[in-house]
Design a protein around this ligand. Sequence first.
Ligand code: PMP
Ligand code: GLN
Length: 396
Amino acid sequence: MTQSRLPSRRVASTPESIFQTISQLSAQHEAVDLGQGFPDDDGPRHMLELAAEAILGTDGHPQNQYAPLRGEKNLREAIAKDRARKYGQTLDPDTEILVTVGATEALAASVLGLVNPGQEVVALSPYYDAYPAITALAEASFRPVGLRREEGWSIDREAFRAAVTENTAAVILNTPHNPTGAVLSREDMEFVAEVVRDSHAVVIADEVYERLVYPGGEHLAFATLPGMAERTVSISGASKNFNATGWKTGWVCAPEELLAPIITAKQFLTFSGAHPMQNAVAWALEEAEEWSAEWLVEMRHRRTVLAEGLTRLGFTPLETQGTYFLLADIAEVCPGMSADEFCKTLPEKAGVAAIPLTAFTHDPEDPSLRTLVRWTFCKSEANIQRALGRLEEHFG
Ligand code: PMP
Ligand code: GLN
């Protein structure tokens, strides 16, 4: 084995994740971290108790050994019921649902199971940074299509239509959208459905922020559009739905024909995910509606606190329709500076961490994106205020 063959071409063009870079800087400078999207608050108390019981075996059923390949049956049943209730989707828990190690493994197993080397994966840009990295693992080509920023964010329809070709194996559609906080409109989703209907592409619908849509918006599950159920892989998880990013418990819903190759890939990525969390997440899916509604109200409040604070300092926040991210333009406060430079120096200079939007795009020099910074408001209100106080000391 010669060193010159390393790294493999599946990882050679993948940079260090921006979350790793910024989290490290944040820790090094003891910054208030409004970067990586994980909440300060835990999820519903009873969900945590159920997981603890499953580890300690206090209910007489310790779950410290392998979970079944597809995941605990009661979790799959709870996922099916949740999607039936919310979206009117009918899913067979035995053949159409798979529990995964976070939404990340769901995405990886889907692309590895459904996309051939040399084929293309289309995604809206800016995009969650795992999409190009996972596409590269499958030795496929990543084809970003720009979202247009006018009043809100919308799909550049001409570019999207041109991007979906004979060679497109999958379209990754993320709504509510990280990092912009946009919720795609019904018209845009119907447009995507119309384009893929004439193609061979499957749609991988990344819906991890499905419960974080603010009043006035609505989450539409892509699989429920006419003719789309048979070609859609829907992905979600407990990370963002129930404030449990450390549990890495996600899931995939797809027709059996699509799910089978995804399971084949998943078998040899991890076989199964953490077992003790599964009953607990099943409970949350069935019983935590009230907690979700309260958390949404709280998120909306903290968004206002953050947006007003940033505005006072001269930053220009954009609208957030969903997720717990807020984009703000730094151009007025730091003329000429890119978001990348701003975010890489902010922890040291001001003791605050945030993520540059440019980490999620193929064209970091795009003037409409170059100065946008993503701030998360899922941290405690006290931490948001501390961050604003530090920013004020530095920029005020
Ligand atoms: N998709 C999007 C859009 C995300 O923001 C994230 C991060 N939560 C993931 C997928 C991965 O989620 P998980 O933590 O469940 O792996
Ligand atoms: N999804 C989280 C975010 O966008 C980060 C996940 C990660 O660190 N890989 O902030």
